[in-house]
Structures are given as C-alpha cells and as structure tokens.
Design a binder for this molecule. Structure first.
Ligand code: OGA
Ligand code: MN
Length: 296
C-alpha cells in the first residue's frame, strides 16, 4: 500500500489525501482503514485527479457503510446516485425558475445532508463531472469547532437537547411548495440529539442545519431564533473551507461534524455533480442520537 499523505486545507479541519486513491480504498482493506482514520480526524477529505466512474464511486462509498437511495422525486430516485445539476436529460440547461434551479438555491443554505431522514447520513461523497469556469464552489465549516466555541452554559443546555428536522422546512425558505406532497409524506419531520459524539475519538459536534425547525421544550419562535444564532456562530467567514472544484475532484465529508453549502455559478454554464450518501449506523454514534421521548 502507498503511504497516505494528509495535507491540511481548512481552519482546523479538511485535508487533501495524497498517495491513496478511491480505487485503493475500494480494493484494499488497509487503504480503507487509513482513509477512514483520516475521515474521523479531518471531517472533510479531498481527492484530486480521480478516475471517477459511477461504479468506482459506489465501490469506494460502500466501504464506509450502507448507501442511501436517492430521495423521492429527486433526480436519481431509487438509485444510489443523487444528481445535482442544471442540465436536463436532453442536454439543455434549466431556466432559473425550474425545480432543479430552486433546489440548487436550497443547497446554498448551510446544511448537513439527510438529518431529516431515518437513519441520517454518516458521510457524503461528491464527484465533479462537469464544472463551470467559475463559481459553483462548495463551502464547509466544522461543527466540532462550533461546539467548542459555544458559551459553556449554552453548550450544557444543548448537550441534552433534541431538535426537529424537516426537508420541507429548508425548501420552504426558497419557495413555498418546493417540497411536494409526495416528498413531505415520504419524509415526515424527525428529531435527533443536538450533540453528536464520535465514538472513534470522543469528539462532540453540534448537530443542526437549515432543515432544523424546532427544539423540544422551547417555543417555536425562540427555537428558530436560536437556530439562526447557532448557524451564524458556526459559519463565521474565518471558519470556512471553500473548495474550488477541478476536473477529477472528489470530496467526502462527515455529516455528523460539518455543515456545507453550494455557491452560485453562471446560469448559462453546465454543472453536473453526483453524490453518493452513506447512512449512519450505531458504530458511528447513532445509537446515542435517538430522542428520549417523542413530541411533535
Ligand atoms: C450536496 C450539496 C453542494 C454543491 O451534494 O449535498 O449540498 O456545491 N452540494 O453542489
Ligand atoms: Mn448537501
């Protein structure tokens, strides 16, 4: 096995992986173990110049755990591939009011993937298939850093708190009916603990995102205000790692411990990205995330 070379990229998290590529992770248990350890440590991993195919992306992702199937009414529904693009199947570009264009805008809100699902996501693996000449970056922040930067009293309060997440909530910030009835009934609101402890290293992260609309035991307005304040704290500009995509890039992130958002790009340029998403299991600390009681 080649030796793994880890090059730090962001403010206290995010790293480029050199010496080991996706194919080695897919085919070699020792390569996987080394990359898994880097993932647990750095939260965002960047692989450059990868020979990406759908098959390789699945084989790589599958190492980390079970794969999600893309959600109801999305491009790629029922397959392991979430397709994020402004390109129609016939090759034309969508107009700004098209559902995929509105979805891209919803992705530009700070979020973590699939906190509105059961189970939620451990990790996402995003590959750039077609990139614009400029714009279309993806930005990340560390929710471990956010947790550490909370005032101690607030951290103690959130440690035992449970928050509610709903896909329709974040979509509603962009357009009232962006989440369809079918999507709403396939993905009803879910609740998770607000502190996700990583069993590999004991490190805690704040778990909430643009999908979060409530906190148990707190009036709705107060909870929404607190969620906005927490998001602002987590996403201060000096905390951001911005990934500028190059052809052949694959970026993987820990949805337990980061937020991310897409950035806009010129609407007359194609962008085509494919994501695979790995579900969290009890080995990833999910066992401690279930609500102690249910409320709605
Ligand atoms: C995602 C996502 C942002 C982007 O793939 O989950 O939010 O820049 N992507 O495409
Ligand atoms: Mn996302």
């Amino acid at each position: 096995m080649n030796t793994l070379n880890v090059i730090p990229l962001g403010p206290g998290f995010a790293a480029e992986i050199r010496g080991i590529g996706m194919a080695e992770v897919a085919n070699d248990a020792a390569a996987y173990a080394a990359v898994r350890a880097a993932f647990e440590e750095h939260s965002v991993l960047v692989f450059r110049r990868q020979p990406v195919t759908d098959e390789l992306q699945v084989a790589f992702s599958r190492r980390f755990g079970p794969l999600e199937t893309a959600k109801a009414a999305s491009r790629g529904e029922g397959t392991p591939f979430s397709i994020l693009t402004n390109v129609e199947p016939d090759g034309s570009l969508v107009t700004p009011d098209h559902k995929e264009a509105l979805r891209a805008r919803a992705n530009q809100l700070w979020h973590t993937d699939s906190c509105f699902k059961i189970p939620p996501a451990l990790a996402s693996v995003l590959s750039a298939r077609t990139i614009p000449t400029h714009g279309g970056e993806t930005e990340f922040v560390s929710m471990r850093s956010a947790w550490q930067r909370l005032a101690p009293e607030l951290r103690a309060r959130l440690d035992g708190a449970y928050a509610w997440h709903d896909y329709a909530h974040s979509r509603g910030k962009i357009a009232p009916h962006l989440a369809s009835e079918r999507e709403r009934s396939a993905m009803p609101p879910v609740s998770w603990r607000m502190r996700w402890r990583n069993p590999a290293n004991g490190r805690d992260a704040l778990y909430m995102a643009s999908h979060t609309f409530g906190i148990d035991g707190m009036p709705r307005e107060e909870a929404l205000r607190l969620i906005d304040e927490l998001t602002a704290l987590a996403t201060q500009p000096d905390q951001v790692y911005q990934h500028r995509w190059q052809a052949g890039d694959v970026v993987m992130w820990d949805n337990r411990a980061t937020l991310h958002r897409g950035r806009p790009w010129p609407e007359d340029q194609p962008r085509y990205m494919i994501r695979t998403t790995i579900s969290a299991t009890d080995d990833d600390g999910l066992d401690a995330m279930w609500p102690q009681r249910s409320a709605a």
